[in-house]
Write a protein that binds this ligand. Structure first.
Ligand code: 6OG
Length: 172
C-alpha cells in the first residue's frame, strides 16, 4: 500500500510557557511509556483544530488558544495506515492541569531559556528525548523556535527511524 492513500488524522498540542514545556507521560495505548504533547485522533465531522482542543482538555484538563504550527507524517510498519499529525502550540492556557487516565502532565525546562525564567525552571528536568518518539528531537527545535514546519519519518519494527526529513516553512 502507499502511505499517502491511507492516512489517519491525529493532533498533538504543546504548551510553552515561562521557559517551560508541558508534556504528558502516556499511561496507555499507542506510545505508552513515552512523553508527548496532548492529542489523539480527529473524529469524523471534526476539524483538526477542534480535535486538538478536545484532546487537550480530555488529557490534561486545560483549554488553550492553540495555533497550528506544523504537519508531520509518520509511517510505521505493521500499521496499515500512515499518521498525519497536525501540531499545535500555545503560550497561555486556562484551567488547572490535571493527571488523567491517559496522561500524567509534567513541565520540562527549555534549553537556553531567558534569565528571568530561571527561577521557574529550578528543579525541572530537560526535555526527555530518550523517552519520546525518536523523531521528536529533530523537529522540537523548530517548534521551540516558533517556526512553522513539515516533515516525514519512517520507522522500522523496533521503533527506530529508518528515514526522515523535517524542515521549517520559509518565513516571509
Ligand atoms: P491516541 O492513541 O492517543 O493518539 N503520535 C506520535 N507522536 C510523535 N511525536 N511521533 C510519532 O511517531 C507518533 N505517532 C503518533 C499522535 C496518538 C497520539 O500520538 C501521536 C497522537 O497525539 C510515530 O489516540
Amino acid at each position: 500500500w502507499l502511505p499517502y492513500d491511507r492516512k489517519k488524522l491525529y493532533t498533538n498540542a504543546f504548551i510553552i510557557r515561562n521557559g517551560k514545556l508541558l508534556l504528558g507521560y502516556k499511561k496507555r495505548g499507542f506510545g505508552k511509556g513515552l512523553y508527548n504533547g496532548f492529542g489523539g485522533k480527529v473524529d469524523p465531522g471534526e476539524t483538526p483544530a477542534q480535535a486538538a482542543l478536545r484532546e487537550l482538555k480530555e488529557e490534561s484538563g486545560i483549554t488553550a488558544p492553540l495555533e497550528h504550527c506544523g504537519v508531520l507524517f509518520f509511517v510505521v510498519p505493521d500499521i496499515d495506515h500512515a499518521f498525519h499529525i497536525d501540531i499545535f502550540r500555545a503560550e497561555e492556557y486556562d484551567g488547572t492541569i490535571i493527571e488523567t487516565e491517559e496522561m500524567r502532565p509534567q513541565w520540562f525546562a527549555l534549553p537556553n531559556a531567558d534569565a528571568p525564567t530561571q527561577d521557574e525552571q529550578k528543579d525541572l528536568q530537560p526535555i526527555p528525548f530518550d523517552h519520546m518518539w525518536k523523531d521528536d528531537v529533530y523537529w522540537m527545535p523548530l517548534l521551540l523556535a516558533s517556526r512553522h514546519f513539515l516533515g516525514r519519518a519512517d520507522f522500522d519494527t523496533e521503533g527506530n527511524l529508518k528515514k526522515w526529513w523535517f524542515g521549517a516553512v520559509p518565513q516571509t
